[in-house]
Ligand binder design. Structure first.
Ligand code: ADP
Ligand code: ADP
Length: 238
């Protein structure tokens, strides 16, 4: 069964069609690249999945639950299944890598508990294990803002692992990185997705990165899916 599924999703903003009858789904451990020019609807897909906006038509389900019916506590729980990473890494710079990962484990509202070091030792062990899985165990006690961009984005991936999310939405995760760091981050993303059965939906500007790192590519244009194909079927171009 799919982990994330969009079915006939449409969304308009006044006269603008942001999404028109968009359907696709992600299996556990699968990395799907969402590509398309600016304005194609990529961010609107992410907003519909996190329910920052509600689709006009169609439905979005996470782990078989239709998000439309959820509110309050059930919606908060569903959102916990969805990990987010962004172009700007959204770490707390003055906190250590480890504490940033712990903050994901404890939930954002409980960051003060991390600051006050009020968390079970088991959580600390889990957070260290997550940093190990992204290759950053040796950076655990460094301030987040002292790390390279690629390292910061790997801390953000570790934070999602600690949260035990089943779906990871990555909104232009490598747009601010140099090519070598971008390759490292996408390689780590793919490895942890496969190892942990996390479905990753990742928007990318460069089709070449999608071809090399994704399992499947969904291309949007004018809010419509214009191509859905195995990444290996794309021809290598820059
Ligand atoms: P992308 O992320 O691919 O650049 P978006 O999902 O941001 O595309 O936008 C899709 C379309 O919807 C664009 O034409 C954009 O201008 C429009 N749009 C997005 N958000 C809004 C909004 N809040 N109000 C009006 N139009 C919007
Ligand atoms: P950065 O400049 O972002 O630190 P590096 O190339 O120096 O980039 O990072 C290399 C580290 O990243 C290695 O120690 C390794 O543990 C980790 N790493 C690289 N690729 C992967 C991958 N596909 N899966 C897991 N860890 C990886």
């Amino acid at each position: 069964p799919p982990v994330l599924s969009l079915s006939g999703v449409s969304k308009t903003y006044g006269p603008t069609t942001a999404l028109a009858d968009v359907s696709f789904s992600l299996a556990p451990g699968e990395v799907v690249a969402l590509v398309g020019p600016s304005g194609a609807g990529k961010s609107t897909v992410f907003r519909c999945v996190t329910r920052l906006v509600d689709p006009d038509n169609g439905s979005v389900s996470v782990l078989g639950r239709d998000l439309a019916g959820l509110g309050g506590r059930a919606l908060r729980e569903a959102r916990r299944d969805i990990g987010l990473i962004f172009q700007q890494f959204n770490l707390i710079g003055r906190m250590s890598a480890l504490d940033n990962v712990l903050a994901g484990r404890m939930g954002h509202v409980a960051t003060w508990r991390v600051v006050a070091r009020m968390f079970p030792a088991a959580d600390r062990q889990l957070a260290l294990a997550c940093l190990d899985r992204v290759g950053l165990l040796d950076k655990a006690y460094q301030r987040a803002d002292s790390l390279s961009g690629g390292q910061q984005q790997r801390v953000a991936i570790a934070r999602v692992l600690a949260q035990r999310s089943r779906v990871l939405l990555a909104d232009e995760p490598v747009s601010s990185l140099d090519p070598k760091a971008a390759d490292t981050v996408l390689g780590v993303l793919r490895t942890v997705a496969r190892e942990n059965g996390i479905a990753v939906l990742c928007s990318l500007h460069q089709v070449d990165l999608a071809r090399r790192f994704a399992d499947r590519v969904v291309a949007l244009r004018g809010g419509r899916v214009v191509l859905e194909a195995p990444a290996g079927a794309l021809t290598p171009t820059a």
